[in-house]
Design a binder for this molecule. Structure first.
Ligand code: ATP
Length: 543
């Protein structure tokens, strides 16, 4: 008898080894597959969100901090990984086992099974409600952490100002406040998760005790034998295992869905080219810009431009002058299609700008701003940014015209020199020259220039001016003008005051008229030889 039993031992052991091997192999492949799939999902979604954010209108950026957007692209999306985690696999496996156990349990005792299921369904309902309460907590956590990241990014970007005003301590205090808000939120969600675990343990204990009590009664009444009773309690463990797991999996999924909600929120923001009317494509763009009775308000009911009308012929230079806040940058924003006119019409080559595909317009737009924008890459990368497929010859030619070659070729690494974050390793004048080379390479039909108000030394000034002169040739140029040399050569000067054009003409006619322009000119002329500064704009020079 004993020999007969042991003779089957190798077979059983072999079966155990083989099944363990199969189970381990499947687990390995599934873990790896799910892990990688989750990460791939995150990478694809991040790319999608980033591309979408790039296509959103400027008004969206006005409302959201840069750091917040970074958090939304990087952190919110990350939580989606939990949707395809290994925990989910265990959960699905558990449910399958539970279904099989359930079938056997029904076979053993229908009344006991029905009662058990009733209790577990009630717990499931409670769990669903409880997770519904924790979901806003996770959403709130993402929001707070995006806000804190946003502020942190700003303060690191402005570290010179922070140090200059010795504001490190107050920045640290603001950060600690933010970190504490996150901690408070996490404490709440940990508490609710722990409370759910407590409920789970208590419910499972109660169900167990109840089943034992019922089972004992069934055995006493001879409706169930002892073997059936033991079998029932053991199978019950299989059935309730997924319930035990559901608390942690449920929390994981709730966190994932909260992140996903926020990601969807961004993805549902309408793109700037998404407006149904934007279908017209202009090929080629000539660059004739007209404003007809244009009114614009950032905040409804508070217009900042009032009935602006002007005409900029192709290839001409229009200089915008006026005091700080008079609306010069807003006019430029409308030309770039960053905002649309409230009433009236901005048109390009006689086509309403609000019907033109913005990608089409922007291909023909070049911008040189006083706050030059450089990436932490090489000089070459920064210039090629406007036209990545340009040849070396085109690149060097643009550099020669913009006088970038004069300093770039002195660096040991020449055009491969890294410029540092926002071009920090270059001087203001050198940064300007790079952004001029970039615009020359782009060869746009419409050029936007925001001249620097800070005075450069006369040598840098002359170098920049020669690049700009070349750049402006033959393009419709709009300049927020501060240099007298630019203003004098402008085909038309628009003098803006409180969102209205109060005077227009060229330098000579406006000067002779002895009106507002004359006022600004004579008041500021003595201050700085080549800078034309309207009230509120001279602060930097006067310091
Ligand atoms: N994003 C915005 N949201 C709300 N109001 C704005 C926004 N940008 C500008 N404004 C308001 O619009 C008005 C015109 O501003 P704009 O920037 O066009 O003036 P500006 O002439 O370019 O001034 P500056 O020379 O100082 O740059 C100002 O009153 C300003 O407060």
């Amino acid at each position: 008898m004993y020999r007969h039993q042991t003779s089957r031992l190798p077979l059983i052991l072999g079966a155990v080894v083989v099944s363990t091997f199969i189970s381990a192999t499947i687990t390995y492949f599934l873990d790896r597959y799910l892990g990688v799939t989750g990460q791939r999902l995150v990478a694809e979604l991040r790319a999608q969100v980033q591309a979408h954010v790039g296509r959103l209108p400027i008004s969206f950026y006005d409302k959201n901090r840069t750091g917040t957007l970074v958090a939304r692209i990087m952190t919110d999306v990350e939580s989606v990984r939990n949707l395809v985690g290994a925990g989910l696999l265990d959960f699905v496996g558990g449910i399958l086992t539970a279904v099989i156990a359930l079938a056997i349990l029904i076979h053993i005792s229908i009344p006991m099974t029905v009662l058990t299921i009733g209790l577990l369904i009630s717990f499931g309902w409670f769990l669903k409600r409880a997770l519904g309460v924790t979901r806003p907590l996770f959403r709130e956590r993402s929001r707070i952490s995006a806000e804190v990241t946003g502020r942190l990014t700003e303060s690191l970007n402005g570290i010179r100002v922070v140090k200059g005003y010795h504001a490190e301590a107050s920045e640290a205090r603001i950060f600690v406040e933010g970190a504490n808000r996150i901690l408070k939120n996490i404490t709440l969600s940990i508490t609710s998760q722990a409370f759910l675990s407590l409920c789970k343990t208590m419910v499972l204990g109660a169900v167990g005790a109840f089943i034992m009590f019922l089972g004992a009664r069934e055995v006493n009444a001879h409706r169930l034998d002892v073997g059936g009773y033991v079998e029932f309690t053991m199978l019950l463990a299989f059935m309730v295992a997924p319930i035990a797991m559901s608390v942690s999996i449920g929390t994981q999924l709730t966190e994932a869905f909260a992140g996903f909600d926020r990601t969807l929120e961004v993805l549902n923001e309408p793109e700037e080219d998404g407006e149904s009317g934007r279908t017209a494509a202009l090929e080629p763009i000539i660059g004739h810009i007209t404003f007809k009775n244009v009114t614009f308000a950032y905040v409804p009911g508070e217009p900042v431009l009032h009935g602006l009308t002007f005409d900029s012929e192709p290839g001409t230079v229009t200089a915008l002058v006026g005091s700080s806040g008079s609306g010069k940058s807003t006019v430029i924003s409308l030309i770039c299609g960053f905002h649309s006119a409230g009433s009236g019409q901005v048109s390009i080559d006689n086509v309403d700008l609000s019907t033109i595909r913005l990608s089409n317009l922007r291909q023909q737009l070049g911008v040189v701003l006083q706050e030059t924008f450089l990436f932490d890459g090489t000089i070459r990368e920064n210039i090629l940014f406007s036209r990545p497929k340009a040849t070396d010859e085109q690149l060097y030619q643009a550099c020669r015209i913009a006088r970038v070659d004069q300093f770039a070729e002195c660096f040991p690494e020449r055009y491969e020199t890294i410029v540092g974050e926002r071009g920090i390793r270059l001087s203001g004048g050198q940064r300007q020259r790079i952004s001029i080379a970039r615009a020359i390479l782009a060869d746009p039909r419409i050029l936007i220039l925001d001249e620097a108000t800070s005075s450069l030394d006369s040598e840098s000034e002359a170098l920049i001016q020669s690049g700009l002169n070349y750049l402006m040739q033959g393009r419709t140029t709009f300049v927020i003008a501060h240099r007298l040399s630019t203003i004098r050569r402008a085909d038309q000067i628009l003098v803006l005051e409180m969102g209205r054009i109060v005077e227009r003409g060229n330098h000579e006619t406006l000067y002779r008229r002895q009106g507002r322009y004359f006022d600004l000119y004579t008041r500021q002329h003595g201050l700085e030889a080549n800078l034309f500064l309207a009230p509120g704009e001279g602060d930097k020079v006067m310091q």
